[in-house]
Ligand binder design. Structure first.
Ligand SMILES: NC(=O)c1ccc[n+]([C@@H]2O[C@H](COP(=O)([O-])OP(=O)(O)OC[C@H]3O[C@@H](n4cnc5c(N)ncnc54)[C@H](OP(=O)(O)O)[C@@H]3O)[C@@H](O)[C@H]2O)c1
Length: 324
């Protein structure tokens, strides 16, 4: 699988990144800590990803209340030095790691949380570290200065911003330049055929400053797989039965119309809807890498399909048009 440099970080990520957000929980939601993908299945998914050529794993200190980082650390300990040297781990901080625990991007919390993540992952250095969200209560100067210290101290390779809008990102970049501290080298935000808000707002900032862009939620929480059907109950155990809040907006006739047309496009190409949705992202020159979130090893099949599909810009425009 192809790798690409993330912004001007000097660090390369695989074109598809393994999202480990479902390991030991469902993202950062405290009510699901200890649930989600168990350790043995997480190991199978990481093995399958590695075999596919995926060398970048995405996690966060809050995923599964720390279980996601711990599972990755445990998996890395079973591997030889070749695998350990090749895997690029990216993690994030902001959300509480336990019910009622603190959150945010204050300097003291960052300095504590980086050591928590290093210990769980069993690493001496984390290649890529992100602000998991914008913190309106802490000046960005303080956060960026703390991140700068982590890079100078050798604990982190480069820093990025997740869930930032264009204004927050622009402010951060101006501070980095003014204060002479490290800058965010990339953004990790939600982006898919069903969620293209960043195309008009964040993409231009990334282009202007040479930042990388990682798209998470490439299947819109599973909606782009076709698993949710018009008039039918959501499949037991699916994201819509667990953590539906971000995706309820998709349950509309216009989205079902688009999904049905998209399904015909996938059938016509002999691939799954998920494979076509991933290929659509892969073909976007503004996107450095796509963060997929499989809940079982077989969910990586669309990645295989996507890398072998070559969509033209006219194909991509046509597919986007189905969702307008
Ligand atoms: N920075 C952030 O704030 C942030 C936020 C969200 C995610 N992320 C990262 O991005 C990763 C991916 O995000 P996401 O989980 O929202 O991605 P997604 O691909 O939009 O949705 C993943 C969900 O889709 C379903 N799915 C995945 N592959 C499938 C397949 N081949 N066939 C059928 N269903 C499939 C699974 O649902 P079921 O549960 O129904 O099986 C899975 O939970 C996460 O693991 C995490 O690392 C980051």
């Amino acid at each position: 699988m192809e790798t690409r440099e993330l912004g001007q970080s000097g660090i390369a990520v695989s074109h598809f990144i393994l999202g480990c957000g479902n390991f030991g929980g469902v993202g950062s939601a405290p009510e699901f800590f200890g649930q989600g993908i168990p350790k043995d299945e997480a190991f199978r998914i990481m093995d399958a990803a590695w075999e596919l050529g995926i060398t970048t794993f995405d996690t966060a200190d809050a995923y599964g209340g720390g279980r996601s980082e711990s599972f990755i650390g445990a998996w890395l300990r079973t591997k030889d030095s070749t695998v350990r040297a090749a895997i690029v781990v990216e993690t994030k901080t902001f959300n509480p790691n336990a019910p009622g625990a603190d959150h945010g991007l204050a300097r003291g919390r960052i300095l504590r949380q980086i050591d928590v993540s290093l210990r769980r992952l069993g690493l001496e250095r984390i290649a890529l570290y992100m602000a998991h969200d914008h913190d309106p209560d802490i000046p960005q100067e303080e956060t960026l200065d703390a991140f700068d210290g982590l890079i100078r101290g050798g604990k982190v390779g480069a820093v990025g911003a997740s869930n930032f809008d264009a204004e927050q990102l622009t402010e951060a970049l101006a501070i980095s330049e003014r204060e002479g501290v490290t800058r965010y080298e990339w953004v990790q935000n939600s982006f898919s055929l069903l969620d293209r808000r960043d195309a008009e707002t964040v993409f231009p900032v990334c282009r202007e400053h040479g930042l990388g862009y990682e798209a998470f939620g490439p299947l819109a929480g599973g909606w782009l797989t076709g698993k949710y059907r018009r008039g039918a109950a959501y499949p037991e155990g699916s994201r819509m039965t667990q953590r539906p809040a971000s995706y309820e907006k998709y349950a509309s006739d216009s989205v079902f119309d688009a999904l049905e047309a998209f399904e015909r496009e996938a059938l016509g190409r002999g691939v799954s809807m998920a494979g076509l949705a991933a290929a659509w992202l892969l073909g976007d020159p503004e996107i450095t890498a796509v963060v997929v979130g499989p809940t079982r090893a077989k969910h990586l099949q669309p990645v295989r399909e996507a890398v072998s599909l070559d969509l033209t810009s006219a194909d991509r425009a046509h597919l986007r048009g189905l969702f307008e």
